[in-house]
Design a protein around this ligand. Structure first.
Ligand SMILES: Cc1ncc(COP(=O)(O)O)c(C=O)c1O
Length: 456
């Protein structure tokens, strides 16, 4: 048996060796982390698009303590409690018409699965037993459970699992930058929507349960925004063929300037919206599936949906979720996200004018991506050996910046940096981020020139 100090260890012990060291964080202050060696970092990702309202929020902490003192746990399958109603009412109010009923879950993967299982149960119970097939996008990311990995179009994660996963049918994502040559964004969007319709027809509409997609992409596309023409087309296609449309808003909910990214296009609302990350804002694991009252009426009339995980609608998590949403509403943090998102986007566009290796600036609100390219004209990506997103992230840390980014599907879709900062971000912090990114681009570009990876 090893000595006690050698037991356990950080979660990091399970991960592959990384070129980017993981600092040991001892404290968080606003958008900043303080490491054990005294270094501070601006966290441009709110953890992982999670810590929306910042750390140590008294209102949230108090709500959790008070709820815990009153009643810590009751199992939703055996009893009912008010924090559940309080939270689902707040979510339904923010989500608006078409999302009057809310099923709670613990994280994004689980909630995506719950959404599909809930819809499948309805189809099964109303006499459509063949409806089992799920269609999703390539690339995309929907989670780390075996089912959600099967729906994800993200080969970097899924390779070891083979037929443990049940793969969905994949259709091309409506990528706005890496779109088919010679097409406009709208033409490419309609072409991508055509792939969905063909897939439904090939599988047979009677066999297709749902199409799941991210309206603004997360880690698999680096904030690709599905064009309006695409959303409108896929809504019509799904309705025409009796296929449920599911928006995976695990990351996008609350951070694109509206509560749901779906709200940017009211004529293309999904049948189910899945919300996670920012809902618990880092205080508690919390996620939700929002659907219409009418759908749940049909579900109940046909036999209900008897599935839950032990911690679903946990009272302390619900109380925290209510306080998080109250903070967001009272402090107008979603609106702040819209304004600061514009500022950050403008700053990133400015950087693109200075630095050749930025091929694309994209995103919406506080979900923003920068695509890195070896050649702007041809959109040629860097090679795996150059691994520029990792190198950028490493240099950024020297400049006090934590930033996400990766190569997509082994480089098949290029390579990007992504920012999903907390909704509490200020103008000063936006400026600081841009300044530190600029310094990082200067250093990286110099390095690439020295190594001969960029022409003069
Ligand atoms: C779009 C999207 N869907 C699903 C998930 C999975 O959520 P979780 O990690 O909370 O299970 C993520 C996580 O990054 C995500 O970004």
């Amino acid at each position: 048996m090893p000595a006690r100090e050698e037991l356990g260890n950080h979660q990091e012990i399970f991960y592959s060796k990384s070129a980017i060291p993981r600092p040991r964080i001892v404290r968080s202050e606003g958008m900043r982390f303080v490491a054990d060696d005294g270094r501070t970092f601006i966290d441009t990702n709110a953890g992982a698009a999670v810590a929306n309202i910042g750390p140590a929020n008294e209102r949230v902490l108090q709500a959790m303590v008070e709820q815990g003192r009153r009643m810590t746990f009751s199992y939703v399958r055996f009893s009912r409690h008010d924090p559940n109603v309080e939270l689902t009412a707040r979510i339904a109010e923010l989500a608006g018409p078409g999302f009057e009923r809310v099923h709670l879950a613990n994280d994004g993967s689980e909630a995506n699965e719950m959404a599909i299982k809930l819809l499948r149960t309805l189809a099964y119970q109303v006499g459509k037993p063949a409806k089992r097939k799920v269609i999703s996008l390539y690339p995309s990311y929907h989670g780390g459970t075996l089912a959600t990995m099967g729906w994800s179009g993200d080969s970097d994660y899924t390779a070891p699992y083979g037929d443990l996963m049940v793969p969905s049918t994949k259709v091309p994502a409506p990528l706005t930058y890496r779109r088919p040559a010679g097409t406009t964004v709208d033409e490419a969007a309609l072409e991508a929507a055509g792939h969905l319709e063909r897939a439904i027809l090939e599988l047979g509409p009677d066999n297709v349960l749902a199409f799941i997609m991210e309206p603004v992409g997360g880690t698999a596309t680096g904030a690709n925004v599905a064009p309006a023409a695409y959303l409108k087309a896929v809504r019509e296609i799904c309705t025409r063929h009796d296929v449920f449309l599911v928006f995976d808003e695990v990351m996008s909910a609350t951070r694109t300037g509206t509560f749901l990214a779906a709200h940017h296009q009211p004529d293309a609302l999904p049948d189910a919206a899945v919300i996670a990350k920012g809902l618990g804002a880092g205080y508690v694991p919390l996620a939700a599936v929002a659907v219409s009252e009418e759908l749940v009426d049909r579900l109940r009339a046909s036999g209900g949906f008897d599935l839950s995980h032990t911690y679903n609608a946990n009272p302390i998590a619900c109380a925290a979720g209510c306080a998080v949403l109250d903070e967001m509403t009272d402090r107008k943090l979603i609106e702040n996200g819209a304004v600061m998102g514009e500022e950050l986007m403008a700053g990133l566009r400015g950087l693109a004018e200075r630095w050749e290796i930025i091929g694309d600036v994209r995103g919406r609100g506080l979900m923003l991506g920068l695509e890195l390219v070896a050649d702007r004209e041809t959109k040629a990506a860097f090679s795996a050996e150059e691994n520029v997103s990792a190198e950028f992230r490493r240099i950024a840390m020297d400049n006090g910046l934590l930033i996400g980014g990766r190569r997509l599907n082994g480089g098949a879709f290029g390579e990007y940096l992504m920012m999903t900062p907390a909704l509490i971000i200020t103008r000063t912090e936006v400026d600081e981020i841009i300044e530190r990114l600029d310094t990082t681009f200067a250093k990286l570009t110099e390095q690439l020139h020295v190594l001969g990876h960029l022409s003069a």
